[in-house]
Design a protein around this ligand. Structure first.
Ligand SMILES: Cc1cc2nc3c(=O)[nH]c(=O)nc-3n(C[C@H](O)[C@H](O)[C@H](O)COP(=O)(O)OP(=O)(O)OC[C@H]3O[C@@H](n4cnc5c(N)ncnc54)[C@H](O)[C@@H]3O)c2cc1C
Length: 454
């Protein structure tokens, strides 16, 4: 048996997903003497921080990368990269056959919820774009090794959505369009700098106004009212949701949105739900929207429709978990029997944590796992904070929530029999065979150096 494996019975846990939630759970369990194997589909373990948070958040990304690396570098934490559970490793086999005491799903929410119009899917790549691959492209397009789908950012785009992610998409479209216009005028402006200073201020420094650029700009279409945009959450406790408190929440939402639209010049049209496709020459060229009204918190479609043509349609209406073969789904979610610990009926030793449970757009789960991003941290997300003060930590809520769940998982392990040294050795035979197959030598720092894109 390898010398770093225990010679007394020890819990050994597989964690699927190595980003914020997975790394927090691994670190917490390690501190309690538990061995964990963190199985990550990508070479790098940074998840949404690398691929969902637009790259202008570079300071926040570096800080979170550091925290994830630190968590994964603890003794008793073993990293298994480039391994997708459900494809490279069978989920049922992992949870029932490998001998782990428990499996923790920390695999996030990476599937875009489908644009709710029949026939829309056939236009993906022909006018219709989904938010997750779009942001991944934006974050990685300048890396020599990027080989994923390539997107354009034409002026006059339509964004369907209403949450933080749709604002990120609108910002990307606006920043890229303005940057391109400035290049036409012989002005090379760094996009990160443009995001930080905002469009009007940057243009003013060159004696220009936004109107001089002749851009149409992009527009977010949101099915609820502007006050309803889920930027600031109401309190979890319904007793605290007094009319005064709700008015404050709405006011904060309006204030943040106004700051964002002023700084990045995109527009938002409320009470408009996508209803039908406008197709020409086998390409999606726009959408028919149906006006809505909100009654008792519900979206009520009206008889009024309007047409909006655009250079592209980007759908940003929520991310849900990617199905994993072997796990039952209920609609677009995993069929959890216990939402607090993300438990599955068919696999009593499985727990779940992070976005895989709370995935944005997953209303029921979000309510149970409600986490509030502090308003200053939200400003950082939106880019409408004070330029000189980007210290607020929006990811902290996610880490804290993962630590809380990890504590409960550690308590649940008390009732599960730890693995004998022989069983741990058998598990590690499989883990090391796979590590060898993907070229991982067991040293996280060396590996990350090798797989960091140039
Ligand atoms: C637009 C935006 C909005 C946000 N909103 C909030 C918010 O409202 N509240 C909040 O607390 N935080 C929010 N955050 C902050 C924070 O980024 C996320 O909460 C947190 O990063 C999610 O971490 P996670 O580990 O659960 O998921 P991810 O970061 O998605 O990590 C999952 C990991 O699992 C891996 N994986 C997926 N499937 C498999 C598989 N089958 N096998 C192996 N590996 C797999 C992925 O590659 C990934 O590395 C937001 C971030 C962004 C970008």
């Amino acid at each position: 048996m390898s010398s770093d494996l225990p010679d007394t019975p020890t819990h050994c846990v597989a964690i699927v997903g190595g980003a914020v939630a997975g790394a927090e759970v691994a670190a917490h369990l390690a501190d309690h003497g538990v061995i964990s194997v963190v199985i990550e589909q990508n070479p790098r373990p940074y998840g949404k921080i690398e691929d969902g948070l637009p790259r202008w958040h570079h300071a926040l990304r570096e800080k979170e990368y550091g925290r994830i690396r630190e968590n994964l570098s603890r003794p008793r934490v073993h990293y298994l990269p480039s391994t997708r559970v459900g494809k490279d490793v069978d989920f049922a086999e992992l949870s029932a056959g490998w001998g782990f005491s428990a499996v923790v799903l920390a695999c996030g929410a990476w599937k875009d919820r489908s644009l709710p119009i029949e026939g829309a899917e056939q236009f993906v790549g022909k006018g219709l774009v989904y938010q997750n691959p779009f942001v991944i492209w934006f974050n990685h397009k300048e890396e020599a090794s990027y080989d994923g789908p390539v997107f354009e950012t034409p002026d006059g785009g339509i964004v369907v959505g209403g949450g933080l992610a749709s604002i990120d998409v609108a910002k990307i479209l606006m920043l890229e369009s303005v940057q391109a216009k400035l290049v036409e005028r012989g002005l090379e402006i760094d996009l990160i700098d443009l995001e930080l200073k905002g469009i009007p201020k940057t243009l003013a420094a060159h004696g220009l106004a936004y109107e001089d650029l002749g851009l149409e700009g992009c527009t977010i279409f949101y099915r609820r009212g502007l006050d309803d945009m889920p930027l600031v959450s109401p309190p979890d406790d319904p007793d605290l949701c007094t009319p005064e408190r709700m008015e404050k929440v709405k006011k904060s939402r309006r204030r943040l949105l106004e700051k964002a639209t002023n700084k990045y010049r995109f527009e938002v049209v409320s009470n408009s739900a996508p209803d039908a496709l406008i197709v020409e020459d086998d390409r999606l060229v726009g959408l028919i929207f149906r006006r809505t009204r909100i009654e008792g918190g519900r979206v009520i479609p009206t008889d009024e429709t309007f047409e909006k043509r655009g250079s592209c349609v980007i759908s940003s209406i929520g991310s849900i978990p990617e199905p994993i073969r072997g796990i039952d789904m209920k609609g677009e979610l995993f069929e959890f029997t216990d939402w607090d610990l993300g438990r599955l009926e068919a696999f009593p030793n499985v727990f779940s944590v992070g976005n895989v449970v709370t995935g944005k757009g997953n209303v029921a789960a979000s309510r149970k796992h409600a986490s509030h991003i502090a308003e200053d941290a939200l400003e950082v997300f939106l880019g409408v904070d004070d330029e000189d003060d980007r210290d607020a930590d929006p990811v902290n809520a996610a880490s804290e929530r993962a630590r809380r769940t990890a504590r409960e998982i550690a308590r649940e392990l008390i009732d599960i029999e730890p693995a004998s040294p022989e069983r741990v050795a058998e598990i590690f035979e499989k883990v090391r065979a796979r590590q060898r197959a993907v070229g991982y030598t067991g040293d996280l720092a060396t590996w990350l150096e090798k797989v960091t894109p140039a």
